[in-house]
Write a protein that binds this ligand. Structure first.
Ligand SMILES: CC(=O)[C@@H](O)[C@H](O)COP(=O)(O)O
Length: 255
């Protein structure tokens, strides 16, 4: 089970809702992924005109936990304002803190992310900050009391996979809260690898919404996340320098 704050989930795949070819494909992909947590940018919702159709309307939202994110924020104050707007609109108490520090790489600003997380914790939010694969920042956020950390595999939408598995492993090793590997995943292999390293969950969007067959890719990601988790739980064999025969030779009668 994946536990975030007081909520527990069976699925370890969190799915973003952006960039799908249409809403029908989006809802079929969400179904195929068997995800229980959906994420989206608060700024994509027209909160002033709630009666107008939007990208979440084709989904049965009672079946999912919503994880709004503060995408678009470049300062802690902006992120806090967006989070409060989401909560006031009854969306959720859970918030993915996304404070972007650079528009070209969309990498998160560590200082503003820390500040925003601190403030949002004071305000009683369930706080999940999106960060780079920075071991010390993950630790600092954990000490603040965040409910999960979300290190990026690689920059959002690049599909470059796990650029630094070593750092991700270090973050996972010292984590006392769930580690959700977020962004940059391209293939089911990437998702499986993140889970195999010991991540508690994976969040992805572009790999599914941008695939030629988003529904099939959603299913592939669901299976990959499960396979990676099973592999982690089963325990991998140690890597050796030299060969060792797979068929034991002891006790065999010489021909
Ligand atoms: C939807 C969302 O939260 C994205 O900002 C997230 O980081 C996913 O990134 P990819 O699109 O690279 O999977």
């Amino acid at each position: 089970m994946l536990t975030i704050g007081k909520a527990s989930f069976t699925s370890r795949l969190l799915l973003g809702t952006g960039k799908f070819p249409d809403l029908d494909i989006q809802s079929k992909a969400v179904e195929a992924a068997e995800t229980e947590i959906l994420t989206f940018a608060v700024r994509r919702l027209n909160l002033e005109e709630r009666d107008k159709q939007h990208f979440l309307d084709t989904l049965d939202l009672s079946r999912y936990a919503l994880l709004p994110n503060t995408a678009g924020a470049t300062t802690a104050n902006e992120a806090v304002r967006i989070a409060k707007l989401a909560r006031a609109s009854g969306l959720c108490d859970m918030i993915k803190v996304e404070v972007i520090g650079d528009s070209k790489t969309l990498l998160p600003d560590p200082f503003e992310t820390l500040k925003a997380s601190e403030k949002l914790l004071e305000e009683g939010f369930i706080v999940l900050p999106y960060i780079s694969d920075d071991v010390i920042l993950a630790k600092r956020l954990q000490n603040l009391g965040v409910h999960a950390v979300m290190p990026g595999a690689s920059p959002i939408g690049t599909g470059r996979g796990l650029l630094n598995p070593f750092s991700l492993e270090l973050i996972i090793e010292q984590a006392e809260v769930p580690v959700i590997v977020d962004a940059g995943i391209r293939s089911p292999g990437d998702a499986a690898m993140a889970m195999q390293l010991g991540a508690d969950a994976v969040l992805l969007n572009t790999a599914v919404s941008g695939a030629q067959d988003p529904v099939k890719m959603a299913e592939a990601m669901k299976l990959a996340v499960r396979a990676g988790r099973y592999g982690f739980e089963a325990g991998l064999i140690p890597v050796k320098r030299y060969a060792s025969a797979s068929s034991p030779t002891e006790g065999l009668v010489q021909a």
